[in-house]
Design a protein around this ligand. Sequence first.
Ligand SMILES: Cc1cc2nc3c(=O)[nH]c(=O)nc-3n(C[C@H](O)[C@H](O)[C@H](O)COP(=O)(O)OP(=O)(O)OC[C@H]3O[C@@H](n4cnc5c(N)ncnc54)[C@H](O)[C@@H]3O)c2cc1C
Length: 379
Amino acid sequence: MYNCIIIGAGPSGASAAYALAKQGHSVLILDRASFPRSKPCGGGVSPAIASWFDFDFTPVIDNTITQVRYTWKIGDPVEATLKNVKPMWMVNRSAFDQFILDQAIQKGARFQDNTEVTAIQPQTEGWTVKTPRETFTATYLIGADGVKSVIAQWLGLTNPKPSLAGSLEIKTSQPPQNLNKAYFEFGLLKNGYIWNFPKSYGYSISGAILRGNKANSAELKKQIFTYATEFGLDTSNATYTEYPLGLWRENQTLHSHNALLVGEAAGVLDPLTGEGIRPSIWTGLKASEAISQSLQGNPHAIAKYSDLVKQEWGNDLILAQRLAGLFYQFPQIAYKVGVKRPSAAQIMGQILCGELRYSDITEQAVSRLKKSLIPGMKG
Ligand SMILES: Cc1cc2nc3c(=O)[nH]c(=O)nc-3n(C[C@H](O)[C@H](O)[C@H](O)COP(=O)(O)OP(=O)(O)OC[C@H]3O[C@@H](n4cnc5c(N)ncnc54)[C@H](O)[C@@H]3O)c2cc1C
C-alpha cells in the first residue's frame, strides 16, 4: 500500500510526487499518456517557481523573455522591456514535464505511464485505484488529471469552469536575437487574446477565449491562423490543437475523504492571462504538505488544503475574473487605457513573478476602465 497515488504526471502531479518522495513517503504516479507526452501549451513559465524547488531548471529553459510587444488587431504596437523582474522562461512542455517527473523518480517516486485510471474506490484506510491491468491501494489520493478531471467527478467535486484554447506549433529556425521577445495580440480574437512565444525551434502561438459561456471553436482557429500568417509565418506544416482550460469556480471544494485535487483539475488557471503552470505547481506542493501533515497525525490538514487554496489563490482568481470580464468585454478601451500604459508590462511581469497580486491592482484597474467607459467620469 502506497502513502499516496497521484493520477496525472503534468506539472501539478509531478511536483506533488517530488515533494512527497523527498519527505520519504511512498508515492505512485500514474498517467494514461506515454511519456514524454506533449501538451498543447505556450510554454511560458514564471521564474517564481525556481524558489519552490531545490533543483535547477536550467536544462529545460529553452530561452528567456525580456521584452514584450503588444498589438491591437495586428497594428497599434507597443513594446516594453521588462525591468526589475526576472526574465520569463520559455519551455518545451514535453521536456519540462518529463524533467520534473525525473526529479520525483530520483527521489524515489514510482512512475507508470500508459496507465489510465478507470475507477477509484474508497476503503476504510484509503483508496483502491483501478487501471486496465492492475489495481493499486494507497492511503491518500491526488487528482492531478487536468482540466477534464474524472477524479473530481468520481469524488463528487465540481469540475472547473470550462473554457477553450487553441495552440499552433510552427517549427522554423530563427536567429537568437528573436528569442527574447514575446508577442501579445488583442482585438483579433473576441473575448480573449493571442500570445506568441518564440522558442529556439519555432513559435508556439496560443489563443484563449476567456470570457462568456459559448466558445466559438471555428473563430478561435481562424484568428490564430490569421495572426500567424500576418506575423509572416508559413502555417502549411504547423500543428493545430484545441484544448479546454479549467477556470476557478467560487467556493470550489478541493478535498474529499483522504483525496485532493491539484492543478487544472482544481481550476487554478488565471482567467485573465491563461497562466496555469505556476498555480498548478503551487497546488501540487501545497497538497503534498497537507498529506505529509496528515500522515504525521494532523486530522485537519486535508480540509485545510481547500481553505488555503481558496484564500491564497482562489480569492485572487475571482478578482482576475472580474478584471477579465471587463477587459474582454471592452477590449479596445482596455488596450488603450490599460495595456498601452508604460507601467502595464511591468505590472503583468510582477504578477507573473508573484510579486504583485490581483488584489493589489484590481480596484485601480477597474476604476480606470470604468472612467473611460462612462462619459463624464473621466478624471
Ligand atoms: C493552448 C494553451 C496554451 C497554454 N499556455 C500556457 C502558458 O504559456 N503558460 C502557462 O503557465 N500555462 C499555459 N497553459 C495552461 C497549462 O498548460 C495548464 O494549466 C497545465 O498544463 C496544467 O497542469 P496540470 O498538471 O494540472 O495538468 P496537465 O498538464 O493537463 O496534466 C494532466 C495529466 O493527467 C493525465 N490524465 C488525465 N486523465 C487521466 C486518467 N484517467 N488516468 C491517468 N492519467 C490521466 C493526462 O494524460 C495528463 O498528462 C496553456 C494551456 C493551453 C490549452
